[in-house]
Design a protein around this ligand. Sequence first.
Ligand SMILES: Cc1ncc(COP(=O)(O)O)c(C=O)c1O
Length: 418
Amino acid sequence: MPGGNTRHSIALAPYPIYAASGSGCRVTDVEGDQRLDFLNNYTSLILGHADPQVTAAVQRRVALGTAFTMPTPEDVELAELLAARVPYVDQVRFCNSGSEAVMLCVKAARAFTGRHKIAKFEGAYHGLYDYVAVSEGPNSDEWGESDSPRSVIEPGTPPSVAEDVVVLPWNRLDVCRERITQHGDELAAVIFDPMPLGIGMIAARPGFLEFLREETARYGILLIADEVLNFRLSYRGAADAFGIQPDLGSFAKIIGGGFPVGAVGGSRQVMSVFDHTRSLKVHHGGTFNANPVTVTAGLETMRQMTPEAYQRLNGLGDYIRDRLRRMFHDRQLPAQVCGKGSLFLAHLTAEELIDYRSLRGFSRTNPVYGDLCHQMLNRGIIVSPRGVFGCLSTPMTEAELDAFVDALDQSLAQLALR
Ligand SMILES: Cc1ncc(COP(=O)(O)O)c(C=O)c1O
């Protein structure tokens, strides 16, 4: 495999640790070492590993066949569950990844509006689709002016893609207003993630998301919420947790209960672009869409995630964010802790963080995070090499969170970071 892996996000120098098994919030590697898992397959396992009820439901389902050229009752049940929980979702279509879900949202918005450009935030990650991958992690020499960020493409992307994507700076309301006004009648959609990991989970400034909602509505632009990662924030999802009502949403990760999944959801009117009984506008195939194994695992997982389960898990999130802040304070280490619900991200700087550019030097490119990751792995904690980023799972208790904070405290001391 080129680079020795088949997924850039799990590359680890000098080589990755290979997993043998997982149970609850612990993973055992092929050498028999056990660690606490604070990444949970990059946030997709909200119940942790090998939840007994999910495992039993999947085993039952596998014995009945795993793939058909027919729908199954389970896919209707998962669609109904999502539509019942997410306020702006009347209808759902399933696919196999978050990238596909985002792509389908963008295509739906184009078909619905008859326009083809989209706008996205500089630094935000939305998966592999060419158009949303524009400027997902540009270097400072590629940025362009702060009031007109360049559309930066990666090798392998046709230059014409850049012409169809307007890049916006997170939290810079005036610049966003100007850019959206300038391209108002060309834009099919603005895509946003209310707490974007690629932009360090920097919180939206008060009124910023409301501004996006109003401004897009003014120009007939669809607002797409990328809920792939942040759907885990609440029972009704991410947009609702921030009080926003978008037109379309992309979903994945936790709704597949540990299996590959994606879904697009939105109002009946917008979703009608996928309805084959009307004049078909957006073709949507996919051999394994809504396969019964994924939807069974997803259903069992989402059913366990009751409002009470979210409340408990998010309470643990408050606990660890608070403990991290106190630990940094006691060490007199300039730092700030971002995140919400079951997610946290600590930046080792006291400088004001507002957008992607303000993260320069403190984001994934800073080698200190790779060093910290190795320190944490050696102390029995799985964390990202690209930042002190973590996500919780329901099997965790305060004891595991204390272990995380203590290991980070010792790692910082070892690296002489005060
Ligand atoms: C916000 C966001 N959107 C889209 C994606 C792409 O999802 P997938 O990896 O399932 O294709 C991710 C993946 O991490 C994500 O975090």
